[in-house]
Design a protein around this ligand. Structure first.
Ligand SMILES: Nc1ncnc2c1ncn2[C@@H]1O[C@H](COP(=O)(O)OP(=O)(O)O)[C@@H](O)[C@H]1O
Ligand SMILES: [Mg+2]
Length: 298
């Protein structure tokens, strides 16, 4: 089988150039002897997958994507449009959904990740009754956080992320509804409530977003790169991966990331979130050749 080609988004202003956010990755791949091709991210988001892959040479065979996050439906359409050109995404649409959206990976990581429940986020579905039931499933009291199937609004921590007390239903509703409002049309899937844990590095619950996480990149169940989380590029924790490795293997996706944080109460490392490796951001200033070498050797 030929070596996989790495597909990257093109510059929104020039379809001949790599998006500046990914140009260092493109250079790295080519420096390692790998091939790259460009795709149109805006067209993928707009539901125009066939147009989006017009610059991908036909018959490339296996491909990985490295680019901005895509909704699962857009990724599925991307895969079909590529297949029509004789190119196979090495992460299937089902695999992408499993790693990218919390309900896809949660059961596999249950116990190693904060307890979580989710509800649909359609207009009017975040009722007090639904929130009470969800809070009850998390034990009914104590702090929590809200996010959607993919992202939180951690930069609006007090207003739209952190829930100080699940038993205070009006306050739960205020934070969750503000989250839904701010996500707007970009809300992915539904609303997730997760039990809050104090992680090492945080000074207080409100400091959760300053936790120093480790982002571990896995290829075929092996850790190929452990780096800082992109939000804290200067802090490199050294997580113990013994408990996480079998869970990543059980998930069965070839290329994923896990963000790990150390519980402040001595409970060990927890998986804060799982991600598809194709759309996880790399920390600045970390040596990532090994990661790309394993991608083009896959
Ligand atoms: N259950 C939790 N307990 C404590 N802190 C959390 C919890 N979930 C998330 N956080 C904090 O909020 C941040 C954002 O949450 P995360 O699930 O990683 O969403 P995002 O996709 O927006 O990065 C995390 O980096 C972590 O610092
Ligand atoms: Mg995160």
């Amino acid at each position: 089988m030929p070596a996989p080609t790495i597909l990257l988004p093109h510059d929104p202003f020039s379809e001949r150039r790599t998006d500046p956010h990914y140009s260092a990755e493109a250079r790295l791949v080519r420096g390692l002897g790998g091939d790259t091709a460009l795709v149109d991210h805006d067209a993928l988001l707009a539901g125009r997958a066939v147009h989006a892959v017009r610059l991908v040479p036909a018959g490339l065979g296996p491909v990985w994507y490295r680019g901005w996050m895509l909704p699962v439906e857009a990724y599925a359409a991307f895969g079909r449009a590529l297949a029509d050109r004789g190119c196979q995404l090495l992460t299937t649409p089902a695999g992408y959904a499993a790693a990218h959206e919390l309900p896809g990976w949660y059961r596999t990581f249950e116990g190693a990740t904060p307890d979580s429940v989710w509800l649909p986020a359609g207009s009017g579905s975040v009722t007090l009754g639904a929130l009470e039931q969800a809070a009850g499933q998390l034990g009914g009291s104590g702090p929590a956080i809200v996010k959607d199937f993919v992202k939180s609004r951690k930069h609006e921590w007090e207003e739209a992320c952190f829930i100080p007390e699940l038993a205070d239903l009006p306050a739960v509703a205020r934070v969750v509804r503000r989250f839904v409002e701010l996500q707007g049309e970009f809300l992915a899937g539904g609303v997730v409530l997760r039990r809050f844990h104090a992680f090492a590095g945080a000074t207080e619950p409100g400091g959760g977003a300053r936790v120093a996480e480790a982002r571990v990149w896995w290829m075929d169940g092996e850790p190929v790169l452990t780096g800082p989380h992109p939000d804290t590029p200067g802090v490199l924790p050294e997580p113990d991966l013994a408990a996480v490795r079998p869970l990543v293997r059980a998930l069965g996706c070839r290329f994923v990331t896990t963000d790990l944080a150390l519980r402040a109460d001595g409970g060990g490392w927890m998986v804060v979130e799982v991600g598809d490796g194709q759309v996880s951001d790399l920390p600045r200033g970390t040596e990532v050749s090994a990661l790309f070498a394993s991608l083009i050797a896959a």
